[in-house]
Ligand binder design. Sequence first.
Ligand code: S3P
Length: 433
Amino acid sequence: MTPRRVDPVQGPLEGEVQVPGDKSISHRYALFGGMARGTTRIRNFSSSEDCQASLSCIEALGVEVVRNGSRVEITSPGWRRFTAPARVLDVHNSGTTIRLLSALLAAGRFSSRVQGDSSLNQRPMKRIMDPLIRMGARIEARDGGFPPLLIQGGRLTGIRYRLPIASAQVKSCVLLAGLMAEGETEVEETGPSRDHTERALPFFGAALIQDGARLRVRGGARLRAVEFRIPGDFSSALFFLVASLLVPGSRIALKGVGVNPTRAGFLSLLDKAGIRVERSNATESNGEPVCDLQIRADSQVRKQFPNEISGDWVARLIDEIPALAILGTRLERGFKVRDAQELRHKESDRIRSVVVNLRQLGVDVRELPDGFVIPPGSRIRGGRVRTFGDHRIAMAFALAGLVAESPVELDRPECVAVSYPDFFQHLEGVCRR
Ligand code: S3P
């Protein structure tokens, strides 16, 4: 693929951006719609390659999927009537697909094999295998914990499970398996993680009881089909919010963005720092808060933005850290990320990817086992960086190009399609050159 050059901007960014439908929520509505009997109708479904993978996988289980732009119709006989896939299930780059889908496969009366691309096949699966095996599934994995997974499904039994890490994917996997198991399943969270599953399931008719950090579902659930418009993806909007902070005076209006507090930790961070975010046209859609967002930032941001992300903040900002690293290079007091070891298990080792690329652009960043430290007074020189095939690394370093001293060239830019196929067109649309 041809590299992509991002040139420094000459002035503030301006315009309106409609980001794609939320990726996390689209995965869930695809899979829950696949489990529910009847026709689920979804509008503003994510255009990401990741969510297309979820749709293709449920199709392979005997579910009918009709795609019409961002509208998707899923017609299913219900999870009890899933049929054995005729081929190996391919989740491509999507960690959410494999971790949530494995619950569906574990409850199926058949065996299946599921795998992804070379990056996905390096991602740890023991975290979902452990609880599913305790529930009665038989799962084999490469080297004991990596895809391909060979899943022999069957009758599952409910369990009580305390999550060893704060992970929405693991939490959702156990809850889904619990809906198809015998008896009750309880999941206890050890830290906050995104709660789209908990918000969506009641609309599909599943009784989910929340008691502090404990979540309970009953097995043998009958899910019903729903209609829903997916909110705009906060993690995609984030790149434009950060761009507005990087280039003072910018005005980018982001329409219909999902602002679920377990996802929009970045907005809380800005509120806490006294940086104004305009929120308008607030509504709610199937339990998910949505609004338009615009930041009008001045150069004070360099003083006001927090210079450390750690502790519970990490889970609420986990996908945003590569972009925050770019903002971190502009901050007066420098920028530090701690407690983010989970970043090493994402689409790439995101601590390494950020460190390698920032160094390549002349920033003297220090790598930590669980984060990194960017010293105050850093400048971004420009040059060639690697995306490591990781969409969020590609988009973060495109932002670096906007404020670098000379252009930044991305080696494999096409990976942005994993979450945001139109990213470069939308970015060019708000840039003045
Ligand atoms: C996701 C959960 C997060 C996040 C990922 C999407 C989800 O992963 O990083 O991009 O949709 O549930 P973990 O659950 O592993 O933290």
